[in-house]
Design a protein around this ligand. Sequence first.
Ligand SMILES: NC(=O)c1ccc[n+]([C@@H]2O[C@H](COP(=O)([O-])OP(=O)(O)OC[C@H]3O[C@@H](n4cnc5c(N)ncnc54)[C@H](OP(=O)(O)O)[C@@H]3O)[C@@H](O)[C@H]2O)c1
Length: 254
Amino acid sequence: MRIVITGASSGLGKGLALHYANPQNKLILIARREERLYEVAESCRSKGAEVETIIADISDFARMREVGRELTREPIDRIIFNAGISVGHGGGVTPFEDFERLFKTNFLSVHALLEPIIPKLMEQKSGEVVFISSLASLLTMPTSIAYSSSKRALNAYAEGLHYQLKPYGIDVMTIMPGFIDSEMTRKNRFKMPFFMPTEKGIARITEAIGRKKVRYAFPFRFYLMIRIVLLFPQSLRDKIVNFTNFKKGNKPEI
Ligand SMILES: NC(=O)c1ccc[n+]([C@@H]2O[C@H](COP(=O)([O-])OP(=O)(O)OC[C@H]3O[C@@H](n4cnc5c(N)ncnc54)[C@H](OP(=O)(O)O)[C@@H]3O)[C@@H](O)[C@H]2O)c1
């Protein structure tokens, strides 16, 4: 299989690259940090995979469109949009610059890379497109407005793309993980419910991809809690959100 993974230099992207590294697969790994990506590539090669690395900033849209066009020279079996960033959970109003950075990286970069690839997938009449969203896309806390908004936009995009590409035999999947050990979560200074080791998170994600789940949210108990809260009347939701946010020691942002 020819598999493209964005954000493969650390965390979930690195875990996914290592999981799919075997002699049957050709991996194309994308990230900015050259040394880190080369290390991951070497580890994948030692497991028998053919590996190509692309050092690029996914928020450079012109470059992403160029990379997308280059990738269409050969069939694409699976493309995993994993690269993403979060911003600190401090108090105060979210700076516009953070919103811009998050939307460019977590959302707009996706279509910049995918736009030239979609016609190729349609022509192939096969392929998988996987988006790593987040449980944070389902319920927006006052301290993660920009991150949740970018991930919810990603869900909406993925939903439409699923309907658009299903008739062509292409599987579009949206994975919504809770808290998993990575460089991103190691920066968090609050208690993370149902926190999961990286290997366990990768096992859950790759199993969902293997089963071609259109939408997959985990851990189940955390997902269920969020779904139940969303069924409550707004006044009760307000109390719960304020209580959990207070427990985290955060001040509301807006
Ligand atoms: N860990 C969790 O608990 C969790 C939960 C839900 C969702 N997620 C999502 O999972 C994805 C992976 O996050 P992670 O937890 O594995 O964090 P991570 O260890 O910080 O990894 C993020 C990856 O994205 C890449 N990246 C970030 N900005 C980029 C840019 N402008 N251009 C190219 N690559 C870029 C990074 O590579 P370079 O810095 O080398 O460019 C890195 O490889 C993200 O989309 C995140 O939102 C994570």
